[in-house]
Design a protein around this ligand. Structure first.
Ligand code: FAD
Length: 388
């Protein structure tokens, strides 16, 4: 089988890449298992939710999938309230930057559902097998299908088997932290505000979610030191709920009233990964290229930024160049260097800054937050940065 472009990985980044190329009229084939479509009732919510930036929202709209998302499963983030580990407090509001929202919260399964639906409607060529081996110019699946192409795209996640088979290195540094993810009922309405606390045990985010029959709901992402997170994960369900509720009550000082666990708790060990973004006839996108600390909720947004840059660069190539031409790939690398580096520096810098428990540093970071709180110009810059 041959195509001009083969995308390996059928997660959100892979599906979006294949769809965006198909919309540009490129001969593209997607390789990867079909995501399991969840049949959730209106009051059930998938464990993984993402904060999507306005830029990601516009990109998903441009490939025709945003409008397919069930509006009842979307939450618009109007404001962010960020608490330091001293008296630091920073409030960011969409109106401060004349935006209609700061971000959207949506379940990963809902984004996958609409991408799969669009792929079906467009008749996207999709080999629902797993990648097994690679040599420049040809990829073979676990069922022995061989695909030849001019450009291969690794969108197969942080462990990226295609990246490994192509011999690209990955620098990986564990944070010694695990993100606990779960949904909670809250007794005080969140009013579309995403709340975040930087504490000595880690970074806690409570993201606004659609109300359920039990009232307002938030999704927790709590990046905790590994030992604490593992202890919680190992507990039986009832003990886990009460331990988390007690810890949350202390960490949030009752900001959203009583928080009651309404879902299973999942753990994600955190690492900072960086790989070269291009190889021989090969481009990487999403977590295959970089993995960040989730404290800013930007990993997928950065991945969708890769997709947009890659698709635009390949589509704008000179007629005598193939999609995998080294010059085209170098243009892609150049375009992504600054945004990827900037996001890595910000997220890693914040994770490290709030890990230091030295009194002058604690004072400095909280004072910094309070200073930023008083400077509208800085706030606009922060909002603009988070919206890209
Ligand atoms: C706790 C937590 C919270 C987060 N919150 C946010 C957030 O709010 N906002 C945000 O922007 N980002 C967030 N992120 C980051 C986000 O989860 C990732 O950046 C995003 O999921 C990466 O998508 P991807 O498609 O690149 O990789 P993946 O989602 O890992 O998808 C990879 C795909 O490749 C497929 N695959 C693997 N092996 C093979 C193979 N051999 N052959 C074929 N296919 C294969 C897999 O089946 C999968 O479908 C968060 C991350 C964590 C850990």
């Amino acid at each position: 089988m041959s195509a001009s472009i083969v995308v390996c990985g059928s997660g959100i980044v892979g599906l979006a890449t294949a769809l965006a190329f198909a919309r540009k009229g490129e001969a593209v084939t997607l390789v990867g298992p079909r995501p399991t479509v969840q049949n959730l009732s209106q009051d059930e919510f998938f464990a993984r939710v993402y904060a999507l930036s306005p830029a990601s929202q516009r990109f998903l709209a441009s490939i025709g999938v945003w409008a397919l998302i069930d509006a009842r499963r979307l939450t618009s983030v109007q404001a962010m309230e960020i608490h330091g580990d001293g008296n630091g407090l920073l409030n960011l509001n969409a109106w401060q930057s004349a935006q209609s929202e700061l971000a959207w919260i949506v379940e990963s399964s809902e984004i996958e559902r609409v991408l799969v639906q669009a792929a079906q409607v467009m008749g996207l060529r999709w080999v629902t097998e797993k990648f097994a081996s690679y040599a420049p110019g040809a990829l073979t699946t676990d069922r022995g299908t061989t695909l030849e192409a001019e450009l291969f795209i690794a969108a197969d996640g942080a462990q990226s088997p295609l990246r490994a088979a192509a011999g690209l290195t990955v620098e990986s540094r564990p944070y010694g932290a695990t993100a606990l993810v779960a949904h909670f009922n809250c007794s005080v309405p969140h009013q579309g505000t995403a709340l975040q606390w930087f504490g000595s045990e880690g970074v806690l985010a409570l993201l606004p979610m659609p109300d359920t029959a039990q009232g307002p709901q938030v999704s927790m992402v709590w990046s905790l030191k590994e030992a604490i997170a593992n202890e919680v994960l190992a507990m039986p369900a009832a003990q886990q709920a009460s331990a988390l509720q007690t810890r949350l009550a202390a960490a949030t000082a009752g900001r959203l009233g009583a928080l009651t666990l309404r879902s299973a708790v999942h753990g994600f060990p955190l690492t900072l990964n960086q790989s070269p973004i291009i190889g021989d006839c090969l481009a990487l996108a999403g977590d295959a290229a970089h993995r960040l600390h989730p404290l800013a909720g930007q990993g997928l947004n950065l991945g969708l930024g890769d997709v947009q840059a890659l698709v635009d660069t390949v589509a704008a190539r000179e007629s005598f160049r193939s999609p995998g031409d080294p010059m085209v790939l170098r243009r892609y690398r150049r375009l992504r260097a600054e945004p990827v580096m900037a996001m890595r520096l910000v997220t890693d810098g914040l994770a490290r800054l709030f890990d230091i428990q030295h009194a002058p540093v604690v004072w400095l970071r909280n004072t910094g937050m309070n200073l930023a709180e008083k400077l509208p110009f800085i706030k606009r810059q922060l909002i603009a940065g988070a919206s890209r």
